[in-house]
Design a protein around this ligand. Structure first.
Ligand SMILES: C[S@@+](CC[C@H](N)C(=O)[O-])C[C@H]1O[C@@H](n2cnc3c(N)ncnc32)[C@H](O)[C@@H]1O
Length: 267
């Protein structure tokens, strides 16, 4: 179904209010195509009717689905593997350091990034106090992260020793999938939270992964997100960005120690 300029603006405003993401006018067709099944499912004859639905009190659930449809969730285990190797090597020399170690996968999507961090931390700090928090704006993605049921084909990206140690093959109705074991799951917690208005995450971390999400925001919002993140990073803690997302401007208090990896230093 075609979308008018007015309808695109209405829905784009809702997206901006909810996520901070504002689509360029050239994305109108993409919006219409991502929403076509939702219009059908809700018997909406026009995008305006759909807009009325998601902005009404009865449309709260559909609003969650709208957010999910309009955000990009691409992710996979050990994405940019070199960063996980760096994480391992960096903390290997510090295994005697104080615990707990707290890590945050900010924009965790369906959980692959958080569980990848968890496998590395368990390898490093087995039996000790470490945790991984995953947050994402999409309630659907957060539910999938909690469930941790992944297609078997995606396990190929997990280093063999971790696959053997932490992954469990699904059987019967879970044939063709795998999950991570209880030891890993018990260290991981997932919440819905908005990087621009964090409510759940009000503590600080030693490790933060903020990858492949800044690209969706304008410069002002990127700065607001980075401020929120740096505020929650302990001194000496590490910030990992996606490979196309290095900080454009030098930032006081953050020292670049590897491409796209920063350490928080005292001023
Ligand atoms: C492309 S995925 C990145 C996943 C993972 N970090 C990675 O690099 O593989 C981007 C994620 O950012 C989430 N996101 C978008 N806007 C957000 C916001 N304002 N607050 C929190 N998460 C957001 C999306 O829902 C999506 O799951």
């Amino acid at each position: 179904m075609a979308i008018s300029q007015l309808e695109f603006n209405q829905l784009n405003r809702v997206l901006d209010e909810q996520t901070g993401i504002r689509l360029n006018a050239s994305k109108a067709d993409i919006m219409a195509s991502r929403l076509s099944s939702r219009l059908r499912a809700n018997a909406c004859a026009t995008h305006n009717q759909y807009y009325q639905l998601i902005t009404s009190p009865v449309g709260k659930k559909e609003l969650d689905i709208f957010i999910d449809k309009m955000t990009t969730h691409e992710t996979y285990f050990f994405r940019e593997q070199v960063q996980f190797e760096f994480l391992y090597e960096y903390f290997r020399g510090k295994q005697s350091r104080r615990v707990p170690i707290k890590a945050w996968s900010a924009a965790s999507s369906t959980g692959e990034e958080a569980y990848s961090i968890a496998m590395v931390l368990d390898d490093l700090f087995y039996g000790r106090n470490w945790s991984v928090t995953g947050t994402d704006i999409s309630p659907t993605a957060v539910e999938m992260a909690k469930e941790a049921c992944f297609a078997m084909s995606t396990s190929q990206k997990i280093p063999k020793k971790y696959r053997r140690a932490y992954c469990l093959k699904g059987i019967d109705q879970n044939e063709g999938t795998f999950t991570v074991n209880k030891a890993i799951k018990s260290h991981c917690t997932f919440y819905v939270d908005n990087l621009l208005r964090l409510k759940k995450v009000d503590y600080s971390f030693d490790i933060i992964f903020l990858r492949n999400v800044l690209i969706y925001f304008d410069e002002i919002k990127q700065k607001a997100i980075i401020d929120n993140i740096v505020h929650r990073l302990n001194h000496g803690g590490l910030l990992f960005l996606g490979h196309s997302e290095s900080l454009r401007k030098k930032r006081q208090g953050l020292e670049l120690i590897q491409p796209c990896i920063y350490k928080k230093v005292r001023l």
